[in-house]
Write a protein that binds this ligand. Sequence first.
Ligand SMILES: Nc1nc2c(c(=O)[nH]1)N[C@H]1C(S)=C(S)[C@@H](COP(=O)(O)O)O[C@H]1N2
Ligand SMILES: [Mo]
Length: 397
Amino acid sequence: MQKTTNPLAEADAAPGAETSPRSVPDGPAPAAGPHGAAAPAANRSTFPGLITREREPMNLELPFPTLEEWLVPNNRFYVRSHFPIPALEATAWQLSIEGEVQNPLKIGYDELRKLPARTVTATLECAGNGRARLAPKAKGLLWEQGAVGNATWTGVPLAALLERAGVKTGALEVVVEGADQGTVADEPKSPGAIHFARSLPLAKARQPEVLVAYLMNGQPLAPEHGFPVRLVVPGWYGMASVKWLSKLTVSAVPYAGYWQTLEYAYWQRTHGLPTLTPVAEMQVKAEIARPALYEVVPAGQAYRVFGAAWTGESDVVRVDVSTDDGHTWQPAQLLDAAVPFAWRLWEFAWMPPVAPGRYTLRARATDGAGRTQPTGHDPDRRNYMINSITAVEIIVQ
Ligand SMILES: Nc1nc2c(c(=O)[nH]1)N[C@H]1C(S)=C(S)[C@@H](COP(=O)(O)O)O[C@H]1N2
Ligand SMILES: [Mo]
């Protein structure tokens, strides 16, 4: 399948550089090839059990009812890509930092890996996760629950690199560009071939949790997750965490690129004026992993309702569950301590009724900033930031 659908699969194998992600235990990852070339299909990562939402470019979803661990293994972590995965070689890779800086610079992979590193656990959720259940049918890939995952990320704080480059006064944000590129053929069309790029306000870019990352759960990034280096922006929707990082441009004016305006933007009402605003911080959300939608649950036998809950720049402080179509709510048990930017797993001991029938379960998270989930999707959010409470209909028999 990948042989014909992924450009990475079509070129010759090259001897893996020392730094290529060969040792990912989740399955062999490609050795990087010379410029423009890539590893053979046999060397690609494999993602057993993930749902294919799109073959090319590769878009894979975690079947959320199979969730087990707090840290999602690398080969179970959803993949969201807008363009074909670029074939990059660590030894040839460079990150260039330019724009409104005193010392424009380029940094290589080995050099980056020698700088003081930090590890942060962070949940990434695609801003379109949950889109499949929007009515009327939304445009875009129809993700159900599983365009979300939690992993540890190791890398150099972006703040340290910006410091090195010396950001000029008056600078406002950093435009973060990936090496992947292509032409968006569907409306809204791109102006020819473009890279994936997003900007980050300097105030967020300088936060210590924002990493120029090269390890995911302790392993070199898989090509699908941004090898050799990606940005990780904890607390923000996934589109901010630019993969295959190639260039940072410090800018004094707000960036209004394709992925900042035509996609990944929503309406915010400022003084009553709907204003297109780039999607940023994740919204608080609980998802039920089990029971799955339409699962048959034995009547009158204890059942462990299980799921995960996450938010943006705060912690989830409680999760409540309703098993009676939202009439009454009871607190769920949070299973692990709050770790900044990471999701919390939770469970709820439910005694299903002895009377067979259809029941509707719901979960609702609240964060430390007092934010909780709406009952319906706000159309101003367009097809993004979907955190309205989900009804999970199940069958007791
Ligand atoms: N260069 C680049 N970075 C990217 C993307 C992309 O298409 N190209 N997709 C973004 C989106 S929309 C999401 S949700 C996350 C997904 O990261 P993952 O594929 O590692 O799960 O990557 C982001 N970074
Ligand atoms: Mo996304």
